[in-house]
Write a protein that binds this ligand. Structure first.
Ligand code: 1HE
Length: 264
């Protein structure tokens, strides 16, 4: 049997999913992406939130260039049938628009397809060793894991074009300014912080988490009028027993109050 290239652990309500090809800097080959999809599906069944992180020196060096070189070699067989959807698109969408929210814990190189994967998560925590790059331009290829849509929507054309055309990399703080990360923590602390956040997310109702991960991003694609209509459709789902319980908790003064950031 092939060695596992994804680690999976259920920690209470949180699924911890690790990219586990440290010798190859967690380069994303087909086996890894297939195992990742399986782990994400499993998390959707049994967890309330997930964390994706990389074992070893970095989060991920992106697409496995050795595997690609073999696949596009002039004498390699051309696939007779096409997949209906690109495996990476399908897998990263399972993360971005699946059943549970995901937090990515990043350190070291988070480049190319590794960055595409990270941006499929809803929250990104980076430690100070993290750097972001899109070396596709230098490798003679193009983004293929949804980055042209997902990364471009986060950082905008200007920054993405700069990274791809010139090979510019962004450090953790620059990444945060470009909205690639919501949190920056000291070296080695990204996984612990991401896990804490995921535990908190796991306490929300599944319905609200689903609306935040599935409805909100789609609103971005809609006109003002269609967006408001979609919001109206979703608020009409608000009478779930869980929501009623949460409202009662607040009104009976049993809910934890919101605190300013300085108090958390
Ligand atoms: C790899 C890969 C890889 C490392 N595919 N094998 N991605 C890139 O262009 C990034 C290429 N990688 C790097 O620039 C560096 O490896 C890192 C900055 C990420 C890490 O450096 P370092 O010094 O820690 O490691 P290393 O010595 O360069 O690599 C260790 C091993 O991992 C080595 O293999 P070994 O057998 O010689 O030990 C490397 O060959 C191997 N390795 N990165 C295959 N990417 C669907 S579209 C998405 C398009 C993209 O993702 S483009 C970006 C591709």
């Amino acid at each position: 049997m092939e060695p596992k290239v994804i680690s999976y652990e259920l920690d209470g309500k949180v699924a911890l999913i690790g990219l586990n090809r440290p010798d190859k800097r967690n380069a994303l080959n087909e086996a890894l992406v297939l195992e990742l999809a399986e782990a994400v599906r499993r998390a959707g069944e049994e967890a309330e939130a997930g964390v994706i992180f990389g074992h070893g020196k970095c989060f991920s060096a992106g697409l496995d260039l050795a595997e690609l070189a073999e696949r596009i070699a002039p004498d390699a067989p051309f696939p007779r049938k096409r997949r209906p959807r690109h495996l990476w698109h399908e897998t990263f969408d399972l993360i971005a628009r699946g059943s549970v929210p995901f937090v990515a814990a990043l350190h070291g190189a988070t480049v190319g397809g590794g960055l595409e994967l990270a941006t499929a998560a809803h929250i990104r925590v980076v430690d100070e060793t993290t750097f972001f790059g899109l070396p596709e331009g230098q490798r003679g290829i193009f983004v293929g894991g949804g980055g042209s849509v997902r990364i471009q929507r986060i950082i905008g054309y200007e920054t993405m074009a700069d990274m791809m055309l010139t090979g510019r990399t962004l450090d953790a703080q620059e990444g945060r300014q470009a909205k690639l990360a919501q949190y920056v923590v000291p070296p080695g602390e990204a996984l612990a912080m991401a896990t804490r956040l995921a535990r908190r997310i796991a306490e929300n109702t599944p319905n609200t988490n689903w609306m935040i991960t599935n409805v909100l991003p789609r609103m971005n694609d809609l006109s003002h009028d269609d967006g408001l209509f979609m919001e109206y459709l979703n608020t009409s789902m608000r009478r779930s027993p869980e929501a009623i319980g949460r409202l009662r908790e607040f009104l009976d003064k049993r809910a934890e109050p919101l605190k300013p950031p300085s108090a958390t």
